[in-house]
Write a protein that binds this ligand. Structure first.
Ligand code: ZN
Length: 494
């Protein structure tokens, strides 16, 4: 049987964020080696979960490589990346002439010194395996594809969904594609088309649906193994940032070229449709005040920790108090000093606190507030939704701080807000609220679908705001739309 190994290195690095991602961040999320990799992923809806199941079903016992994942934030420290890469290289060297490798990568990772980190990593991997090994890579929908990636990997497959819910399926597909080529003793052909396009990280489902229809059509074409489009990760500043399309075929270079070009042209044609509609805060507040069942959920996208922003911009707290909002829940603001202050004061204490603006000093100023420490929690709860089902979540010390009817959840470290079980663990029933702010992205629109009356994506200030003109790009390829508003591009200009 085939000698196949599976590994994963995933991080989405917002290079505008000043928060360096360290080994501790990977340890807190996922830093697994050896047997623990498969023990963790077996049965889970992750890429590795899918790869493992698909291979084992066909009688292949793959070998584990490192699996390192951290919550999005700023660039990965060079020291951390070196550690992960060295571990990956050591494991690879132990493999005896592998037939195939499956790597679940993100495609939006940057270190303190390297922009296209996955391209760098793949080159190092290829150096060890040599040309014979078939390397299949899965990437996030927000990947910034590069020449280095397509030159070193044999095939690349991207997620089809956003919010991302198809990691398992893509893992299965990658494993089956690898087996197809190994069994048939053939090599895939791949074509990448890059577009001079910055698309918002959180974008409208309308153009995506049109693109998916084309993907389906292309994937039904004989000889096309997969077709993927990537909106890219715009909150990074290196020359490979941007949207792209890729097609993998059974050795037919012309077919790969025409499929990738069709997809790329459609992305370009739909470029203006990706941006989400802008709703003003006043309009959102009127909606929250109107009668109806369940809360209006405002998704704080600009300061979304899950897109690498700081997560401590107190924009909504400031504006709600200015506008005398009577009742609201804000989840959450990362501020360990404020949490400590509250814990020292104790439950029920009335104190004046300075919250937020300590990590993101560009988009925020600390906000001074007088209120009550309503609840102190150890931050442990059982996840109920999505990836977190039945997972014991530990977000560290957490406080509910109430200023009148506005309750602000203060946390000590990067975490996710998408599981409603978080609020319930803090004695807040989301169904009973009128207005909830969640720092996060489109994933909240899946998890709060049954609870919210309406979910409004809000382009708030922060390192993940889609006002690209405000970001200080220095290294991205130019010209790029929408910064060059009247940019013309056609498939022959690529
Ligand atoms: Zn993504």
């Amino acid at each position: 049987m085939f000698n196949i190994a599976i590994g994963s290195v995933m991080h989405e690095s917002n290079t505008f964020s000043p928060i360096t991602t360290n080994l501790e961040d990977f340890k807190q999320d996922q830093l697994l080696m050896g047997k623990a990799v498969f023990d963790y992923h077996r049965g889970k809806s992750t890429e590795i979960g899918g790869m493992l199941e698909a291979l084992e079903k066909r009688g292949v016992s793959p070998k584990p490589l490192i699996s390192a994942v951290a919550i999005p934030s700023g660039p990965v420290s060079s020291e951390t990346f070196d550690f992960i890469l060295e571990k990956l290289e050591t494991d690879l060297k132990k493999l005896d002439n592998p037939d195939g490798l499956l790597l679940a990568l993100h495609g939006g990772m940057s270190t303190e010194t390297i922009g296209d980190t996955e391209g760098f990593l793949l080159r190092r991997v290829r150096k060890i395996t040599g040309p014979r090994t078939l390397i299949g890579v899965t990437l996030d929908h927000h990947a910034n594809l590069s020449k280095a990636m397509v030159e070193t990997a044999d095939f690349i497959i991207g997620y089809k969904t956003h919010p991302h819910v198809d990691q398992y399926d893509i893992g299965v597909k990658a494993a089956e594609t690898l087996l197809f080529f190994l069994e048939n003793r053939r090599r895939p052909t791949m074509k990448l088309v890059k577009l001079p396009l910055l698309l918002p990280g959180e974008s409208s489902p309308v153009p995506r649906a049109k693109l998916l229809r084309l993907v389906e059509k292309l994937e039904k074409t004989a000889g096309v193994m997969s077709a993927s489009f990537f909106i890219g990760f715009p909150f990074a500043d290196h020359e490979d940032v941007g949207a792209s399309a890729i097609a993998v075929t059974d050795g037919d270079a012309e077919l790969a070229k025409s499929a990738a070009e069709k997809l790329a042209q459609l992305i370009w044609d739909l470029r203006a449709e990706f941006t989400l509609p802008v709703v003003s805060l006043d309009a959102a507040l009127v909606k929250a005040e109107s009668p109806g069942k369940g809360p209006v959920v405002l998704v704080d996208m600009g300061d979304c920790s899950y897109a690498g922003a700081a997560g401590d911009v107190p924009f909504f707290a400031r504006r709600f108090l200015e506008k005398h909002v009577k009742t609201a829940v804000i989840a959450a603001i990362i501020d360990s000093a404020a949490v400590d202050h509250c814990i020292q004061a104790g439950t029920g204490a009335q104190i004046t606190l300075c919250i937020g603006g300590k990590l993101d000093k560009v988009n925020a100023k600390p906000l001074s507030l007088t209120g009550t420490v309503e609840l102190i929690s150890d931050g442990k709860y059982t996840g109920r939704d999505f990836y977190l089902v039945e997972t014991q979540v530990d977000i560290g010390s957490t406080v509910v701080f109430a200023v009148g009817g506005v309750r602000i959840i203060l946390v000590t470290r990067r975490m996710t807000t998408y599981d409603p079980a978080l609020l319930r663990s803090l004695n807040i029933e989301p169904m009973a609220e009128k207005l909830i702010v969640l720092k996060g992205g489109m994933l909240n629109s899946v998890t709060y679908k049954e609870i919210a009356r309406e979910i409004i994506p809000f382009n708030s200030p922060g390192f993940a705001s889609w006002n690209f003109a405000k970001l200080s790009y220095k290294n991205i390829g130019r010209p790029v739309w929408p910064l060059a508003e009247n940019l013309k591009w056609g498939i022959n200009d690529k």
